[in-house]
Design a protein around this ligand. Structure first.
Ligand code: CUK
Ligand code: CUA
Ligand code: CA
Length: 648
């Protein structure tokens, strides 16, 4: 296989270059796009060639670039929050090194921390009547963090689960998932974005809501009715309270949604739709030349909810407003405006100057720039056609998906089919669209390997985009890493964007498949490394509080760990008992984690310094069971055990 990056700058800048990987599936997609997508873009909307050819090769010779490689002991300057994909977790990377530092389990059990084993984690994850987990699979795509004054404030992050329509919150003081909410009547919860401030109260300059887009349209309620009437299927756009994690309201919408973006003034949330056709096979979903980006007038929706202009669906009590096109004909009262965007658009991203949202065309080779002030004008009745909010629609390349920003006016869009990132200047694109055909909006193209989906840059989704690093999540790795059998790692590539030209500086393999991520400055976070014991009502605060407490067949065993011993050193229970073990780690030393495993009883979890966890199980096997520490904590780690004696 030829290496895609061996190519001259002149070739990189040539937007007519069309090369495809020798992969049947990809070729198929490319074919579909070529036949239906390119036709959407007429010939004279081709971009001007970007930079003078003579200068292209050496334009950046003076730019030394940044070094992503850290010496032993050096710390990264950014945090990266990556979604885990099917592993259902939230991953924390150091950037620019790309070193994976942590995985926060959310939706799927995790054997290291005992997520899905302990009572506390099961309460967060949700259980069935018999106490078993309600779900054990997930599909996380998108992770975003809470804002204050247009920047990350280090309180929370959120992540979606597309399969079971759940949203998880991660506390960024301890890097733990503390709440999970299942959205009612939603299938395929996909895009997620926190608001950045309140639309009406200027004192609230931080995140209080999280908006959740929904992808699949289903009968509402989905209880067996309307199975064969797809024209009645709808999706719901949901608003979740950032603090309580309760669903504040939902809104009926047309079509199927991908991403969500929010404006910096708190007034607008947008979600891009690829199935305005209401198709239920892919041919139907791509039959129209244009779909939409839907703009929600947040203050109006909340007024309508307050005024009780709502319904409910099925057994859910959540108030539902009607945001369908048909229900919102008059801009002056509309809850929603539908801006037309070509064709099966993918991704919607807010520029750091707060002026524009950008949608990528996916099946059209275009990027669409929508001016937010004009959308607001339309809601105020000052603009007769909401499509006049489109200030640019320019050709970028094949299969545009997601866009990141450098804070210097440039956008970086992934081209899935071209296996490229295209760097383009938003102002130049607007001038080009307005008729200045000499405006060179394409600044640079970089081959990536291969088939990029998400892209993000350091601080890109804040007012403080700093244009230093860009990461791109490539869906295929092919020959980039040592072969490990049929399942390939994905390639997260690191690009230095501090200069005029993009520089590929590192490849990182990642376990499939993370989708989206954010990168932000490390000084915006202040994680704690020892728990506050007062967070745990069950805490065994002293070794003297340890012991066995029996109430009929219910037995509570309170255990304290203090390296290198568990207290009590042994305990007796009886077959038939319902046993709850409560374990507090009394060690206060940073990094001193203990584990607690009970052989044959399917119990294993860890307790970090000053943390308390509990497990409940039925004593159903008589014998001696050495409860042992699984986390190397001390020279006497192997000796750190407690003898569980189960009497017949
Ligand atoms: S997405 Cu992942 S590549 Cu829409 Cu969740 Cu685009
Ligand atoms: Cu405690 Cu190992
Ligand atoms: Ca469509």
């Amino acid at each position: 296989m030829s290496r895609e990056h061996n190519k001259t700058p002149e070739e990189q800048l040539d937007p007519s270059r069309r090369r495809f990987l020798n992969t049947a599936a990809v070729a198929g997609l490319a074919g579909a796009s070529m036949s239906v997508g390119l036709s959407a873009c007429n010939q004279d909307s081709k971009p001007a060639s970007a930079a003078p050819a003579a200068a292209a090769g050496h334009a950046d010779a003076a730019h030394e670039g940044q070094n992503p490689h850290l010496k032993p002991g050096e710390l990264d300057t950014y945090y990266g929050f990556w979604s885990g994909g099917h592993t259902g977790d939230f991953r924390v990377l150091g950037m620019p090194s790309g070193r994976e530092l942590h995985r926060v389990p959310c939706f799927v059990p995790d054997a290291l921390v005992g997520w899905g084993i302990t009572n506390e984690s099961k309460a967060v994850m949700g259980t069935k009547a018999d106490g078993s987990l309600k779900y054990t699979v997930a599909d996380t795509h998108h992770t975003h963090a809470s804002y204050k004054d247009g920047n990350y404030d280090g309180r929370y992050a959120w992540i979606n689960d597309k399969i079971n329509s759940r949203i998880a919150r991660i506390r960024l003081d301890y890097f733990i998932c503390d709440k999970i909410t299942e959205l009612p009547n939603v299938q395929g919860f996909h895009g997620i974005f926190p608001d950045k401030r309140d639309p009406v109260d200027p004192a609230i300059n931080y995140t209080t809501r999280v908006f959740c887009g929904a992808e699949f349209h289903v009968p509402l309620p989905n209880d067996g009715r309307d199975l064969e009437s797809p024209e009645k299927y709808r999706s719901l756009f949901s608003c979740v309270d950032a603090e309580t994690m309760e669903v504040r309201w939902q809104m009926l919408i047309d079509g199927n949604c991908d991403l969500v973006a929010t404006s910096y003034d708190g007034k607008l949330a947008a979600t891009n739709q690829y199935n305005t056709e209401g198709g239920y096979h892919y041919e139907g979903m791509m039959s129209a030349e244009r779909d939409a980006c839907l703009f929600v007038n947040i203050a109006r929706v909340e007024e309508a909810v307050k005024a009780g202009k709502t319904t409910t669906i099925g057994t859910s009590k959540v108030p539902v407003v009607d945001g369908t096109r048909a229900a919102n004909p008059d801009p002056k009262s509309a809850l929603v405006g539908y801006v037309s965007v070509p064709k099966n658009p993918h991704g919607v991203n807010a520029t750091p100057d707060a002026k524009y949202f950008i949608c990528a065309g996916k099946l059209s080779p275009t990027g669409t720039v929508i001016e937010l002030a004009k959308v607001l004008d339309w809601f105020d009745g000052k603009l007769d056609d909401i499509d006049k909010a489109i200030v640019a629609e320019v050709e970028l390349g094949l299969g545009p998906l997601h866009t990141a920003f450098d804070g210097r006016g440039n956008a970086y869009t992934t081209l899935f089919l071209d296996s490229q990132i295209v760097k383009w200047n938003v102002d130049a694109a607007i001038r080009f669209h307005a008729g200045d055909k000499s405006a060179q909006y394409v600044v640079d193209r970089l081959d990536v390997t291969y088939q990029p989906g998400h892209v993000n840059a350091s601080q890109s989704e804040t007012r403080f985009a700093d244009g230093k690093w860009l990461a791109v999540g490539c869906k295929f790795s092919k020959d980039r890493f040592l072969p490990v059998g049929p399942l390939h790692a994905e390639t997260e590539q690191l690009v230095d964007i501090s200069g005029e030209k993009m520089k590929l500086v590192a490849d990182h393999p990642v376990r499939p498949e993370p989708h989206d991520f954010i990168i932000f400055k490390r000084d915006l976070l202040r994680p704690k490394q020892v728990y506050d014991m007062n967070e745990f009502p069950l805490a065994v605060k002293d070794q003297k509080e340890a012991g066995v407490f029996r109430d009929g067949k219910k037995v509570t065993v309170r255990i304290a760990s203090l390296a290198p011993a568990f207290e009590p050193r042994e305990f007796k229970i009886k077959v038939g008992d319902e046993v709850t073990i409560i374990l507090t780690n009394l060690d206060k030393v940073e990094d001193l984690t203990h584990g607690f495993a009970i052989p044959k009883y399917n119990v294993n979890f860890i307790v970090n310094p000053q943390e308390t966890k509990s497990v409940t199980f039925k004593a159903d096997k008589p014998g001696v069971f050495w409860c042992y520490c699984t986390h190397f904590c001390h020279a006497l780690h192997l000796e750190m055990r407690s003898r569980m004696i189960v009497e017949a």
